[in-house]
Design a protein around this ligand. Structure first.
Ligand code: UDP
Length: 204
């Protein structure tokens, strides 16, 4: 829904090498439209899989984002979980434009194979798109609030809540001020899906 309204973000999504359905709304909408999107791929789970693979293959990872100190805590916990994982650098996500060149230099010097960027959407995607050419990192990926989860600051919904596809409701109840406004997109999404489905029927 963000991509419908934000042209810069839409272009980034359309040009990305990989776009994953983090939320259940995208999965249900795709199912209603008969599109081949079968299940959620939450950023936090994708990051775990990538770290597991990186630990096996010797790929170097860099953590950029979240509040000061959080990436360090996340790194410690990830290191305990995947002992051979090479975390070659980290930096928080609250820097000024003046500090940016130094952070980019730090990332380039660390030569990571994977750069996890945790600024939340759409800030992380826009930042990656702006700096990807300069960074020359093989894989840059936005992972939202994942560092907070790996640091143990934010808990994911219990498994049974996830199985009921209600993780969005759980997160809204935990953080209503920030997350309630996002639910306003649901009626717009339903309308868009209905319009798209009817247009599809009309052209058949
Ligand atoms: N964040 C950041 N810099 C900013 C704004 C946010 O590093 O300028 C971090 C914030 O501390 C949090 C993450 O970005 O760790 C956003 O998490 P959220 O769960 O909101 O992500 P989303 O739901 O957008 O994927």
């Amino acid at each position: 829904m963000r991509a419908q309204e934000d042209e810069e973000f839409r272009r980034i999504v359309q040009q990305a090498d990989l776009v994953t359905p983090d939320g259940i709304g995208v999965v249900w909408s795709a199912r209603l439209l008969g599109l081949p999107v079968y299940e959620r791929v939450p950023g936090v789970e994708l990051m775990a899989k990538l770290c597991e693979r990186a630990a096996q293959k010797g790929w170097r990872v860099f953590l950029l984002g979240a509040k000061p100190g959080v990436a360090e805590m996340a790194a410690r916990n990830l290191q305990a979980r995947y002992p051979t994982l090479q975390i070659v650098g980290m930096h928080h996500g609250y820097f000024s434009p003046d500090e940016e060149p130094q952070i980019i230099a730090q990332i380039k010097a660390a030569q990571p194979d994977i750069l996890f960027v945790a600024f939340g959407i759409p800030k992380q995607e826009k930042w990656i798109a702006k700096h990807a050419d300069e960074l020359q990192v093989p894989l840059c990926i936005g992972v939202g609030g994942s560092f907070d989860v790996y640091a143990g600051i934010v808990q994911r919904a219990p498994e049974w809540v996830q199985r009921l596809c209600l993780e969005w409701l759980y997160r809204t109840l935990k953080d209503p001020k920030r997350r309630l406004p996002r639910l306003l997109a649901i009626p717009k999404l339903l309308w868009l899906v209905a319009k798209t489905a009817l247009r599809g029927k009309a052209s058949n």
